[in-house]
Design a protein around this ligand. Structure first.
Ligand code: FE2
Length: 181
């Protein structure tokens, strides 16, 4: 469950999170056939379909929030920007899951041979710039984390969320998830 942030001065208002997500509607998703907003809402739906709890579903929706123009930080990978923001505004676990979505790809290509075959060509290309397949030590360290299984599931939801017209959460569902912070 999400930690109770009632009374926190840090939690960003729900409408500001919605505005950040909506600012991604015009962002092309480099080389993919959906916008960044569609991709985010599809990732949430895929995480829910995989049995993810509300916090994990919200993390899936927000996994690329580091690309929102208002948050984007020059010279910093988007998953690091998003991890910091989600840890501050959502929860520690949401922050971890967002930060792990790039390393999770590097791990999955090692532990699941079929996984690499299903990656989009853009995702294969970015894998190289993201450090390529994880080393054995990196895989072991990743899998030792108590939330690693959720991170791998989120990664699979990310990869599935690139289908024009695919299953997606609507913004009201995202608002409902945010309201329980
Ligand atoms: Fe993504």
């Amino acid at each position: 469950m999400m930690s109770d942030k009632a009374g926190s001065t840090h939690a960003i208002p729900t409408e500001e999170v919605v505005a950040l997500l909506e600012s991604m509607a015009d962002l092309p998703y480099l080389g993919e056939p959906v916008s960044q907003l569609e991709h985010s809402l599809q990732a949430g739906a895929a995480m829910r379909a995989a049995g993810g709890d509300d916090e994990a579903v919200l993390a899936a929706v927000l996994h690329d929030i580091g690309r929102a123009p208002a948050l984007r930080t020059k010279g910093e990978p988007h998953e690091i920007t998003g991890q910091r923001w989600c840890a501050e505004e959502i929860s520690e676990r949401a922050g971890y899951l967002v930060g792990a979505h790039v390393p999770a790809k590097r791990v999955l290509v090692v532990i699941d041979p079929a996984y690499g075959d299903e990656l989009s060509s853009t995702s294969v290309a970015t894998l190289r710039t993201q450090g390529g397949p994880a080393s054995k030590d990196e895989v072991d360290a990743f899998l030792a984390h108590p939330w690693a299984a959720d991170a791998l599931e989120l990664r699979r939801a990310d990869d599935a969320a690139k289908v024009p017209g695919g299953d997606a959460l609507d913004m009201d569902e995202v608002v409902a998830l945010l309201d329980v912070r």
